[in-house]
Design a protein around this ligand. Sequence first.
Ligand code: NAP
Length: 250
Amino acid sequence: MLKYLEGHICLVTGSSRGIGAQIARSVAAAGARTVINYFSSEQKAMQLLAELTEQGYQVMAVQADVSQSHEVEDMFTRIEAKWGSVDLLVNNAGISLKRLVTETREEEWQQVMDINLKSAFLCCRRALPAMVRNRYGRIINIASIWGLRGASCESVYAASKGGLIAFSRSLAAEMGPSGINVNVVAPGPVETDMLIQELDNDERAVLSEDIPLGRLASPDDVASACLFLLSPAASYINGQVLGLDGGWKV
Ligand code: NAP
């Protein structure tokens, strides 16, 4: 693979497993010094760290709950002490919630908003001053097509992702003059723990048949889109929402 991210420092939040882990593999292979962030899956994060280190890539792993500002601060301080400032940021950490609105507790609303939306605000706010100083930065926020279209029984999750899209578009306008691109990748269903938790094998098979490309997305499909948006080829792409749903319409 071409090492076109050599010289860059990339933080991928929530990269112990699933989509984030695959994004970390891709950016590390493209030459970026890569930060794996995890919350509870320490063993998986350590396995990924070992896998990528063995391949000769520059990787570090940092435990942090990205919905907590002091933990975000500590994470960035550790990265800066080891390597320097983050110039590629992928806000990927997220949780789902499948619940009727009438059965959703206030704390559940808050938790989804904190992990899916506030975390991106906290990480962007911490990363931006150095990006502005260097007049360079790329930010990708991982939303969901539910953030564009909404989904029954996922109103709170969809609201968090819709908020993330509005935040990203606004930030793209605010930060473009400083040489910073902000874009969104909005996947449809992706084969990870998150989806397996919600849909059994039969339900996933039925869903695949509905998708024009005849399959669910893989984490690698999302990672490829991110790699493109982080690459020099995407330097004029800003404030965009890339739907990644195999042509699926609901
Ligand atoms: P996943 O397999 O459930 O993995 C979620 C990741 O987020 C894990 O690495 C987890 O870390 C991390 N995380 C959760 N809470 C965190 C916190 N407070 N601080 C730091 N990290 C935290 O989910 P996924 O399917 O890969 O989803 C990744 C992103 O894609 C999410 O934003 C999700 O909403 C979005 N997405 C997924 C799908 C889908 O169908 N899978 C579709 C559209 C969008 P630990 O395990 O270490 O706790």
